[in-house]
Design a protein around this ligand. Structure first.
Ligand SMILES: Cc1cc2nc3c(=O)[nH]c(=O)nc-3n(C[C@H](O)[C@H](O)[C@H](O)COP(=O)(O)O)c2cc1C
Ligand code: SF4
Length: 438
């Protein structure tokens, strides 16, 4: 086939059969203690069966303190290796690669759980959206966390997975170091771009020292912070100019690919770009009320008829044109691609084959990663392969999946895509088949 979507992509240490990666999607599928379950395996196999070349996992915490919420499978001890091995084996049966996203939340923790009170961060300032509190990491804590990332990479390798991705995007701990709008340190981990990138580069070096050069290592990074999306006084944060330099440093340290994302916090009007799902949020945001100093205020604002509308309007304004959601990060990805020699993946709204083909043919990126349109249509890639360029019942970018994720099983919650609410619920619940206990 001459279709660029179906050309294999060869990285230094890994070949993927086509140019579509399932992007990271977190859901509360596992046990409270971080041990994985059959439900997560069922979830991932849906996408492998649907034809994606590789799956990039959801947020996998390298320490318990670094999780966003309980019930996410972690990689913080060797006891987790057999679960990930089992998951990888199931995914591999469909000729699909599996890349594990090594992650640390820093201060951006939706539900911290019982083990730790405050999150760790580059700063001791609370996050401005929810008011999640944190403490500034000491150099010793930084070193321990660097080691935790390296141990996570070793465990992923021992589990037979195909590579790891460092979650350096979307406002989590690595962003909290990289971003000029968040990092207010005065030591060697703050100030200049080189200093702010030190934490990430230390992690890359520690991983390379532990697993060698022949294990795939990619970094997801927010190319542009857009930190001032809600408040002009907040500071814009990192720009493409900054991130180009960081990516060049990463390439020099032996990183194999860059995954281009956007935004210094998550969710952000530009990520995942779409509607502000206010009706769903009113039902689910209560899960976060006890987590942050501003969460009760936010909940009341969301519930208020006038304030809810104002919030939605601000979100829409910060997002920009709804028609430009598909491929929204391509201009950023293209600039990164022009600055490095390693492959660049791009995330953000991809759903139609012609758009993806054009991006690949123009050389804006080497592959695309897809989250929501694959949640909506798990078999999107098989559709493309059969000559269908656009899914008949597309993802509407309503973001209801995202709003439900803290409280309900991950899945597509756009009722208009289904014959009935019962049909929608039935589809969501298929993730429990086969069941975790038999
Ligand atoms: C429900 C949901 C969960 C997500 N979880 C993660 C995550 O764990 N790690 C991550 O890097 N990005 C996460 N993202 C962001 C996606 O990977 C993706 O980059 C973003 O949604 C834009 O792609 P899309 O337009 O194809 O959805 C999540 C997005 C959604 C909608
Ligand atoms: S709920 Fe469904 S249609 Fe809405 S953004 Fe998520 S996957 Fe797309």
């Amino acid at each position: 086939m001459s279709d660029p979507i179906f050309q294999p992509l060869t990285f230094r240490n890994l070949t993927v059969k086509n140019r579509i990666f399932r992007s990271n999607v977190s859901g509360r599928f596992d046990n409270y203690d971080g041990s994985g379950t059959q439900t997560r395996i069922n979830w991932e196999v849906k996408f492998a069966r649907g034809g994606v070349g590789a799956i990039i996992s959801s947020f996998v915490p390298v320490t318990i303190r670094g999780r966003i919420m309980p019930n996410y499978a972690t990689i913080d001890t060797d006891a987790r290796i057999p679960f990930w091995r089992k998951l990888g084996t199931q995914v591999h049966k469909h000729d699909c690669k599996y890349i594990l996203q090594l992650s640390h939340s820093g201060r951006q923790r939706d539900v911290p759980g019982i083990e730790y009170d405050k999150g760790l961060s580059s700063t001791n300032k609370k996050d401005p959206l929810h008011g999640f509190e944190c403490e500034r990491m000491t150099v010793e804590q930084i070193q321990e966390t660097v080691e935790a990332f390296a141990e996570g990479a070793r465990r992923a390798r021992e589990a037979g997975l195909d590579g790891v991705e460092l979650h350096g995007a979307n406002g989590y701990l690595i962003t909290q170091f990289l971003s000029s709008a968040i990092n207010d340190r005065t030591d060697e981990y703050g100030g200049t771009l080189k200093n702010r990138a030190r934490f990430l580069l230390d992690i890359v070096r520690a991983i390379r020292a532990k697993v060698g050069r022949d294990f795939h290592l990619q970094v997801k990074i927010s190319v542009t912070d857009h930190n001032d999306a809600f408040s002009r006084t907040a500071g814009a944060g990192n720009t493409i100019r900054d991130t180009r330099k960081v990516c060049q440093m990463l390439e020099a340290e032996g990183v194999d690919a860059i995954h281009a994302s956007t935004g210094s916090f998550f969710p952000h009007p530009k990520n995942p770009a779409g509607e502000f799902p206010i009706e769903e949020l009113v039902k689910t945001y209560d899960t976060l009320i006890s987590s942050g100093l501003l969460t009760l205020r936010n909940f009341l604002l969301l519930r208020g008829r006038v304030t809810g509308k104002l919030f939605t309007r601000r979100w829409d304004r910060a997002r920009g044109d709804f028609d430009k959601i598909q491929g929204m990060n391509l201009p950023d990805a293209r600039k990164i691609k022009q600055s490095v020699g390693i492959p660049v993946l791009c995330t953000g709204g991809f759903q139609d084959a012609p758009v993806i083909r054009k991006a690949l043919e123009r050389g804006s990126c080497d592959a695309v990663s897809i989250a929501r349109p694959l949640i909506a249509n798990n078999d999107l890639v098989k559709m493309f392969a059969s000559g269908v360029d656009s899914p008949p019942v597309p993802c509407t970018y309503c973001n209801k999946c995202l709003a439900n994720a803290p409280e309900n099983p991950l899945g597509c919650y756009e009722e208009s895509r289904f014959g009935s609410r019962e049909e929608m619920v039935h589809e969501i619940m298929t993730v429990f088949d086969p069941p975790p206990f038999r």
